[in-house]
Write a protein of this length. Sequence first.
Length: 357
Amino acid sequence: MTSPSPQSKQPPAAPSAQSGAARARWMDLIRGGAILLVVLLHATAIPWMFAGISSGRVVNDVNSFFAPYRMSLLFLLSGVLLTRSLAKPPGTYYWNKVRTLLWPYLVWMVIGMLTEGYTDLRDPFFWIPNNWLWFIFFLAVYYAVAPLLARIPGTWFAVVPAVLWLASWPLPDGDISNLTYYGGFFFAGHLCVRLGSRLSRFETRTLMWVCLAVATGFGAFIIAGNRGYTNAMTAGFDAHRLELLPVVIAGIAGTVMAVRRATGAHTGQSHDRARWLQYIGRNSVVFYLVHFPTQVWITNMLLEAGVTNPNISLPLCFFGALAVAYLACWLRRFRIVDALFVLPKFAKRTAPVAPRA
């Protein structure tokens, strides 16, 4: 599509393009920030699980503060992109998900387990998402059922996230309850796209600050509970708690509105902010897949060297994982590396054409 000439009397084309660029930037910024929080969480959790190395109160407080929002934001943003995927023919839609979700899930399941020293590929337990790949597995499930659920018309689609959230309540903590809980956020993202401009009327500065204040207060309450100052049941908060869902939604809404204001997306503009964070957001799948086995490998190397100092393990696991992920992004220009993240397309053979006489 060519841009309109200065003499054109159809100005909506330019704002539309600007809005798309701004929307991509604010989404990349939030996604990049959420990925950094995931990397930080595992940079503390892996040394603790493998070597009993505690990272200290401050880092644990940061992890606890953002626990309700990390994965919920990632699933919500994935749901926002669902509309674009559903616009493709069914065959193309499902084949793309096989290439971009199922394939890397299988590849990195093998890489992750071999890194952890688990080598029995014949064991069915091997293929169950019992590590960091549960996020990819959940996405594959949501995308598999999305074309059927998307047939629910208009705002009636709000029933889908509501039913999923309610279904997670009576289920015992585990994969099934988490699958339904985070599924609510995934399909809520698609609902936000359907509502479109009707949501923009609520995007006010006052509501943004109220939502951020609620989220900040709740985060402080979680930290106080972890330190024993309150009776809050906050241990393992990544497990869903439906009664606190309105607070989680408020924190997500406040974050989205704040970042959209920072990029000018709420007015259809496009301000470039924190390009390095946008880069992580655009390549979030690479950073997510690479960081965990890298941190396991770094932790094992530190153990062999007899290093158990958290002041060494934490920065090495955090920045080391980011460095390897950046390197993987750069190496994706080579097909053999790119094949770790997406199933290569098979070139179609064409019949040779005889030269013209």
